[in-house]
Design a protein around this ligand. Structure first.
Ligand SMILES: Nc1ncnc2c1ncn2[C@@H]1O[C@H](COP(=O)(O)OP(=O)(O)OP(=O)(O)O)[C@@H](O)[C@H]1O
Length: 247
């Protein structure tokens, strides 16, 4: 069964084509990574799949829910860690998790248990009652990771999961993502870190100018490094240089 399926997704912002017919399947239980140069359409894809943005054309299905017809239904089922997102500056992490827990319809005891587990796992228990504006970027990222997993979703979308994290916490998060996948859940991550994608992902898709140009299993690449595949496939095709239709 596919956790995610898209068919010919298209999206333009004015005369700029961000997605030019993106077709992609992610089976349930896969740790999938989306790679692509700046402006290739990765965030646009995630925003459509999580019901934040309507495509101009094409279809999408996420855990058998159509994110266009039922965006709230998708957001109830999945965890989301958007790119560069911070927790609200006027709350402590604990207050923020209480808020997320109420939106996610979790009882207070479940929230407390899960928050303690995550704060211990990611080593920020001492910061749970500090205003988030006084947390470091890495500590804020830990809070956002916790929030994405708080309702124990079957699928998480994560943009740059390891950004700002120290190497020890990076290893912890990688281990958690693998365990989470091993428990039958699905991870859809977007990253610029090719080494992380190669190490962590079961399968990697490379997007260029709004289309999926290839998918590869890092474990099957042998001598051919993922970086070489990436450079071949994007071939200097920096979307920000105007490749995707009039940037
Ligand atoms: N709200 C918007 N309005 C206008 N153009 C947008 C908007 N959002 C994205 N774009 C443009 O659409 C294209 C795809 O952007 P997107 O954010 O999906 O790329 P990305 O692959 O996530 O890039 P990056 O790796 O730099 O985060 C880019 O050219 C971007 O400038």
């Amino acid at each position: 069964m596919n956790a995610i399926a898209t068919e010919e997704l298209r999206k333009s912002y004015g005369d700029l084509t961000a997605l030019a017919g993106l077709t992609l399947d992610v089976p349930a239980g896969e740790l999938f990574g989306l790679l692509g140069p700046n402006g290739a359409g990765k965030s646009t894809t995630i925003r459509i799949l999580t019901g934040q943005l309507r495509p101009d054309a094409g279809t999408a299905s996420v855990l058998d829910v159509d994110p266009v017809d039922d965006p709230v239904g998708v957001r109830e089922r999945v965890g989301i860690l958007p790119e560069q997102e911070s927790p609200p500056s006027f709350m402590t992490p604990r207050e923020y998790f209480d808020f997320v827990g109420s939106v996610r319809d979790l009882d207070a005891e479940t929230v407390t248990d899960r928050v303690e587990t995550w704060a211990d796992r990611l080593s920020y228990a001492a910061k749970l009652d500090t205003m988030t504006t006084d947390l470091s970027r890495g500590q804020q990222q830990k809070v956002m990771i916790t929030a994405a997993f708080l309702h124990d979703p079957d699928l998480v979308f994560i943009d740059e999961p390891l950004v700002n994290l120290d190497p020890i916490v990076q290893e912890t998060v990688k281990r958690h993502l693998r365990d989470y996948r091993d428990a039958g859940n699905t991870v859809f991550l977007s990253t610029h870190d090719i080494d992380v994608a190669a190490e962590l992902c079961d399968r990697v898709g490379i997007v260029r100018e709004g289309s999926l140009v290839t998918t590869r299993r890092p474990a099957d690449l042998g001598e051919d490094r993922l970086l070489d595949v990436f450079l071949r496939e994007v071939g200097g095709g920096d979307a920000d240089a105007g490749g995707s239709g009039g940037a």
